[in-house]
Design a protein around this ligand. Structure first.
Ligand code: PGA
Length: 237
């Protein structure tokens, strides 16, 4: 819930000032009210626009919700599903998140499925169990045949917005686990893009991107400054 009309305009202008960023897919996911503003400023660019949430239901009497079709009408091709703030602050459980992933896929929107453990879960040795459970909920719902269509973001909750980044070793170990876990039931997980999120900055992006199973980043705070965000994008090229 960052940004406003004027700041968005300046941020997008900063992103577009460098010209096209090639060989890396860049997606920006503004809050709902600003999606059409940002999408219209981006029309001539290679940058895609996405949303931060989606309704579990296709249409009907769901006051305050935003459907997949509405997001597509606004110009979205992507949607973040199951961000830890949705899980912890807004009570979205594994089943709801799995349903949202299915709704997005059905509509032809690319879901970015967020998974990750809390600090307590990591310290209790439960990080892999938790992430495995979060992945299983989605795999069971959409079926192994559709695993290849996912983009997954591993975001340890303790690293989001805290300035604490997981170490490159912790990230690589979990990403390899995510890939192996997704492939367990015969799903094609080799080409699934697995992003890391949690206090990614221009300074730590290169070492994170150097890990074998890190295919990109989900960037929060550092995306609010064009220079810092562009430096992260360039580190991914
Ligand atoms: P951060 O946020 O980069 O500020 O830690 C990540 C996120 O919100 O997913």
């Amino acid at each position: 819930m960052n940004g406003d009309y004027l700041r968005n305009e300046a941020l997008v202008a900063g992103l577009l000032a460098v010209g096209e960023i090639r060989n890396v897919k860049v997606v920006v996911c503004p809050p709902f009210p600003y999606i059409s503003q940002v999408a219209s400023l981006m029309t001539q660019s290679l940058i895609d626009v996405g949303a931060q949430n989606i309704c579990l239901y296709k249409d009907g009497a769901y006051t305050g919700e935003v459907s997949a079709t509405m997001l597509q009408d606004l110009g979205c091709g992507w949607v973040i599903v199951g961000h830890s703030e949705r899980r912890t602050l807004f009570g979205e459980g594994d089943d709801v998140i799995a349903g949202k992933v299915a709704v997005a896929l059905e509509a032809g929107l690319q879901p970015i499925l967020c998974v990750g453990e809390t600090l307590l879960e990591r310290e209790s040795g439960l990080a892999f169990d938790v992430v495995g459970r979060q992945l299983d909920a989605v795999a069971n719902h959409i079926g192994n045949a559709r695993i290849a269509e996912l983009v997954v973001a591993y975001e340890p909750v303790w690293a989001i917005g805290t300035g604490k980044t997981a170490t490159p070793e912790q990230v690589q170990t979990m990403h390899a686990y995510v890939r192996a876990h997704l492939g367990r039931g015969g799903g094609k997980a080799d080409s699934v893009r697995i992003l890391y999120g949690g206090s990614v900055t221009a300074a730590n992006a290169p070492v994170l991107f150097a890990q074998d199973d890190v295919d990109g980043a989900l960037v929060g705070g550092a995306s609010l400054q064009a220079d810092g965000f562009l430096a992260i994008c360039m580190a991914a090229v």
